[in-house]
Design a protein around this ligand. Structure first.
Ligand SMILES: [Zn+2]
Length: 137
């Protein structure tokens, strides 16, 4: 395997279940047991109704590009071979928005509202990073 030169995520106590789920190729989001809402990033209470009665729940991994920027400058040496690349806010079908990359499509062809689905990038042993690709029609 080629040496991985990008930053490696360091899970916090709050986000560890999220990263463990990704390692198993499952996208988990906090889901409120009181109102049914999802949110992200994880917090100790529901961001919709403030209930502390919630659990991690697997979501579809499908959504759309809510917004994006295209990086043309190399801010970290690990990305030198990737510019230009897109950093996007993905809005999941279940509602939460998350920052990610969109892969499998040239950055200049990216548009808002493009349907996307998750891909699990096993970047190093034990660490999986979520990315998104255009949904096959
Ligand atoms: Zn709630």
């Amino acid at each position: 395997m080629l040496e991985y030169k990008k930053p490696i995520p360091v899970p916090s106590d709050e986000s560890k279940p999220y990263w463990d789920g990704l390692h198993e190729h499952k996208l988990l989001m906090p889901k409120c047991s009181a109102c049914g809402g999802h949110w992200f990033p994880p917090t100790q209470y529901c961001t919709h109704c403030r209930s502390k009665d919630w659990a991690w729940s697997q979501v579809s991994g499908k959504g759309k590009v809510f917004s994006f920027v295209v990086y043309h400058r190399v801010y970290h040496p690990g990305f030198v071979d990737e510019v230009p690349y897109a950093v996007a806010v993905i809005e999941l079908e279940e509602g939460p928005r998350m920052l990610s990359n969109v892969v499998g499509v040239p950055a200049e062809q990216l548009v808002c509202d493009m349907p996307v689905e998750i891909v699990f990038d096993d970047v190093v042993e034990g660490v999986t990073v979520p990315k998104f690709k255009p949904t096959a029609l």
